[in-house]
Every structure is written in structure tokens, then in C-alpha cells.
Design a protein around this ligand. Structure first.
Ligand code: HPA
Length: 237
């Protein structure tokens, strides 16, 4: 038990999916898991454990942004012993080749966050995905025929930048950054610090170049592909 999580030791499986949204965590548990049971509801930041294709797995909402994710992930690792952490989310598109509904599998995560910068005075640390989770997710995405991109994500502390539109992202779109979300870099930092496996997979939900966005129906079906893929990777099913 922690101030943010009332689950008991052993309540989480070794592998945990991490959506930002608590209601998405509930949806994942109810629509994908067999025998889901709620393990956390503190601050309505819901967590569940169940099975996927017979293998134990959990889902825990992280809230939005790196400070919030860092709390849940630190505790999942250090209090509950979680080994594999897979963020499932949405991202804004920053590269013309990434279309709405495409998957972005974050090989690395660039960030403007002091959470990463302040941990390494004098250095620019490169937060990276776990290679075996990355390789497995790419192989499965390929086999399933999903449209996907592997590369550098931006994890920004800001949803609303001072400059409008693409201007807020400076030179990053010219340096191969595929999309922007708000959590992956801190997840990769904590996985590196505590020697765990982490990966972030996002569905591109709104293109910052064209202004195109996913419809409500697209959102549901595209997210389903991402969740099933992530559950396979998390459990090795
Ligand atoms: N910015 C940050 N995070 C996001 C976005 C965005 O435009 N879209 C989906 N997640």
C-alpha cells in the first residue's frame, strides 16, 4: 500500500499495461481480460489484474504527464515488483509519413522534461525502449499487417505550447521525431534506473501537420489493435 495505490503485494502481475486514462484502464480490463478484478481505485486512478490468453496481466492508469506517470511506475516497480511496463496511449503526429490511426512504437523518447534532464547534469540522456519488447512488438505488428512506425517519440511536459501548432516543436520534426505524447521518456528513465523492461506504443490520434484527427469510431477500433498487440507483447502469448 502506498499513498497512491491501495493494492496489496502480489496484486499486480509481472507485466502491466499503462494507459493514461483511468476509464481506458477499465475498458481494457472489462473488454480484453478474463476474470478482471480491480486492485486500485485511489484518486480514481484505476488498476486491474486478470488474464489474457490464460496469462496473468495487469493494467494501471498513470494519469497525464511525466510527473503523474513517474509516481505510479516508481511504485509498480519498487513496491509491487513489476518487471514489464508497456505504455499504451495516443500521440499527436509530427511527421508527414505517420498517418492518423498508425502505430508509433517508441524506440526512444526525446523530452523537454526536467525529470530526465536534472537526473544527468552535464549529459543529455537518451531514454530507450527495451530491445526485446521493441523487437517483439515490431514483429507482431508486421505479422498482423498494422501500419506502424518505429523511432523517436517526443514526450513533452506541455500539451499547450506557447507557440501555436508545429512552431512549438522547434527543429524536432526535422530530426525524425515521429509524434508527441507526454509520458514515454519518464517511463524509459525509470525502467533504466531500476533495470526493468519498458515500451511505449501509441496510436496517432491527431496530426499536427494536417489537422486531421481520429473519429470516435476509428478511435475504438484502432485502439483495439494497439491493446491486443500490447497484451501479446506483455504476456508473450
Ligand atoms: N500533444 C501531446 N500529447 C498528445 C497529443 C498532442 O498533440 N495528441 C495525443 N497525445
Amino acid at each position: 500500500m502506498t499513498p497512491h495505490n491501495h493494492a496489496k503485494p502480489g496484486d499486480y502481475a509481472d507485466a502491466v499495461l499503462l494507459p493514461g486514462d483511468p476509464l481506458r484502464a477499465k475498458w481494457i480490463a472489462e473488454d480484453f481480460f478474463d476474470n478482471p478484478r480491480q486492485v486500485n481505485a485511489v484518486r480514481n486512478c484505476l488498476g486491474f489484474t486478470g488474464t489474457w490468453k490464460g496469462k496473468p496481466v495487469s493494467v494501471q492508469a498513470t494519469g497525464m504527464g511525466q510527473p503523474s506517470l513517474s509516481i505510479y511506475v516508481h511504485e509498480l516497480i519498487n513496491v509491487y515488483g513489476v518487471q514489464k511496463l508497456i505504455r499504451v496511449g495516443t500521440a499527436g503526429g509530427l511527421n508527414a509519413k505517420v498517418k492518423v490511426r498508425d502505430l508509433i512504437i517508441a524506440q526512444g523518447a526525446t523530452t523537454d522534461s526536467n525529470i530526465v534532464r536534472d537526473a544527468f547534469p552535464g549529459y543529455a540522456f537518451a531514454p530507450l525502449a527495451d530491445f526485446s519488447l521493441l523487437r517483439d512488438s515490431v514483429a507482431r505488428a508486421e505479422k498482423a499487417g498494422h501500419r506502424y512506425h518505429v523511432g523517436n517519440m517526443l514526450s513533452s511536459d506541455l500539451f499547450y505550447h506557447v507557440e501555436p501548432g508545429l512552431e512549438g516543436y522547434g527543429r524536432l520534426p526535422d530530426h525524425g521525431i515521429l509524434g508527441v505524447e507526454m509520458e514515454a521518456a519518464a517511463l524509459y528513465l525509470l525502467a533504466a534506473r531500476f533495470n526493468r523492461q519498458a515500451l511505449a506504443i501509441c496510436t496517432m490520434s491527431d496530426c499536427l501537420i494536417t489537422g486531421e484527427a481520429m473519429s470516435a469510431e476509428d478511435r475504438q477500433s484502432s485502439l483495439k489493435d494497439m491493446i491486443a498487440l500490447s497484451l501479446d507483447v506483455a504476456t508473450g502469448a
